[in-house]
Design a protein around this ligand. Structure first.
Ligand SMILES: [Zn+2]
Length: 300
């Protein structure tokens, strides 16, 4: 009945590839054993290989470094790079550095230039959060209910619901495990989790929710949560149409009974904000779904 923001938050000590071993030792202020370990890597990248955005530095030849980022994911990401230590180096931009990186080729970010001759070193960290806070959800858009045409399900916890939806625009529809879940709006599947078979009544189960997240053309996202294990019929990169069956409901994650949690959100700075949704139902367009009411889906 709840879910978490996709956030990557990592601190690293600044290390970087250098073509000259002595430069690497001098610049990074590292021990030789560390350097030798790094020599086996093709390129020293701050980010882990599975990260959606890869961040890396290249020596500029004058003792400085140029920073780059490449978004290898499907959605834009907010990126902040900060420096816990910056010794004898000056940044070309004010710090912490902030930008939004869209999927595509590597882009140049900023550079660090030496202040004077002599050794340089730094410690840096970064954080990443999915979404571009400059894009605002179109709150006039009419969504389909997230289940099959002409099917009806009871909505048991709505916006600002007292159990797990406080301060959120989200809707829980009670349905048996294995019920077909449909896309409420056209979009691009940006993340899928379907490997969990764990669910339970407290927050410790939250991370075990299977889910599908879909990016819409206005930059908002929809989450379809608590799906059954192996219950996704789509994968990241798939374009889906409203009404298309995308998976099967379940009871994984923080959940006390089989149901589908649906929400739409837009990015804010290093977070998300769920937004109100207007639904098309068999009895017309509904602005505020009411708890304990049964709603019938009409797709078109
Ligand atoms: Zn919920």
């Amino acid at each position: 009945m709840h879910n978490s923001t996709p956030v990557v938050f990592i601190y690293t000590t600044g290390v970087f590839l250098s073509f000259a071993l002595k430069d690497l030792i001098k610049s990074a202020n590292m021990k030789l054993s560390t350097v030798l370990a790094l020599m086996s890597l093709p390129l020293v990248i701050m980010a882990q290989s599975h990260d959606p955005v890869k961040i890396y530095q290249e020596p500029t030849g004058d003792g400085g470094f140029q920073y780059y980022a490449q978004n290898v994911d499907l959605a834009p990401y907010q990126l902040e790079i900060n420096f816990g230590e910056l010794n004898n180096l000056k940044s070309s931009v004010s710090l912490p550095y902030y930008t939004v990186v869209y999927p595509g080729e590597p882009i140049a970010l900023f550079s660090l230039q030496p202040v004077s001759s002599g050794s340089t070193s730094f410690k840096s960290g970064y954080r990443l959060t999915m979404g571009d806070p400059e894009t605002l959800a179109d709150q006039e858009f009419i969504y389909s209910l997230p289940f099959e045409h002409q099917q009806s399900y009871t909505m048991v916890q709505g916006a600002n619901g007292e159990y797990t939806h406080q301060g959120k625009h989200a809707w829980d529809f009670v349905m048996d495990e294995g019920t077909k879940v449909c896309a409420s709006r056209n979009g691009l599947v940006v993340s899928v989790k379907e490997d969990s078979n764990q669910g339970g009544p407290d927050i410790s189960f939250m991370e075990h929710a299977n889910r599908i997240s879909i990016l819409h053309e206005d930059g908002s996202y929809a989450d379809y949560v608590h799906l059954v294990r192996d219950g996704a019929l789509v994968e990241p990169g798939d374009q889906v149409l409203a009404g298309q069956v995308i998976g099967y409901s379940g009871n994984t994650g923080w959940s006390t009974r089989p149901h589908l949690h649906f929400q739409v959100y837009q990015a804010v700075k290093f977070g998300i904000q769920t937004v109100p949704v207007k639904f098309r139902t068999a009895s017309g367009i509904v602005v505020n779904l009411e708890e304990q009411q049964k709603y019938q889906a009409i797709h078109r």
